[in-house]
Design a protein around this ligand. Sequence first.
Ligand code: ZN
Length: 416
Amino acid sequence: MKTAWELLEQLYFERVSGTEGEKRGADIIEQAIKEAGVEVYQESFETQGAVIEKVSFEVLTPYYKQYEATAYYNSGSVEDLEADLLYYEQESDVLKKQAEGKVLLVNGYVGIAGYKKFADTKAKAFISYNGKIDHCEDYDLDQREFREPLKALGSMVGINIKVEDAMELVQKQAERVRITVKQTEGKKVSQNVLAEIDGYENKDVIVLSAHYDSVPNSRGIYDNATGCVALYDLIRYFKEHQPRHHLRFVFCGSEERGLLGSKAYCAMHEDALEEIKLNINLDMVGSIMGKRIAVATAEEALVHYTDYFAKEIGFPLEARQGVYSSDSTPFADHGIPAISFARITSPGTGEIHNRFDVIEHLDERLLLEDIDFVRQYTERMANAYVIMVKKEIPQNMKDEIDKYYGREKKEGKSTC
Ligand SMILES: [Zn+2]
């Protein structure tokens, strides 16, 4: 049987949602669990995918230049779209008034919060950028996606360029630009890997989750092959130490595209959600430098319990209530108390979502410490006489989940 670290090394390649790499990752995890003598299977689900055939971005006046660009998957196609460029540097009524019919250069990542700043401007297209100006030579152009929740606000073609190019556009006052994006949208298949350890009381279920997919240009070793090998170690442990309650292990695909694997799991097992009393999620552990955190999307009491438990066994941990951007959120959104554990890198000591997410920034000893803590925590929960966490998501957490998903608050209709 493989050790956790050996499995980690085996997962050291790109595992992007809907690709062969992701499937290979699922197969490797499945095989390792099989070798540990535990029943395991894959469950596939469909996601919206796109094949990009052409992207071009040119400045026409006051100078001519072609820039390297990627297109946002699922943001649509345009052929030779010509328009004026506007640096939409912030959400402002002034810029909103100027934005109609333009191509907007925007700061930051265009997720739901970013898109809301200009979705209603009637702009023709948007340009985002990534990278760090002091690492010009040293990064990849991100391949981004125009996710489903954004479409609800109206579609807009988007492209992504490099930070130094974005700065050049502003400094040289690029005026007239031309964009072509050609893409075909279609379905892609992703999958979750599921394994189960039966409890001897055979009733309540605790779901342990970790995503195994990565973003493009990243081998996703810290984020989140580490969480997966932690689950693998837990499976091996609990196979030998049967718990009172059921443990269900869900290795999620497509997390990086908007928590799609855990969302799919919840959608496909709606009638089984009743028996799930808690979700313990792992996303990023084992880094050399950093700090241990626990984020509970649950009643405040779970935060205190977790804090006390860590103190009791001598494990430094910062526990708080909140929404962690990972697979714990869909579970909490379905009324299941959820807690995510991570060892977050300290600034400058590790990166994610690019090719610098490397195994050299991880440490086996620290990884095993993280695993051991989560093992002890899970063991307490899984052997509790009754699962003590209240199966209820408090209103403040419901509000935070709504905010995280960019969902509008349902306000009562005005009567005047
Ligand atoms: Zn992650």
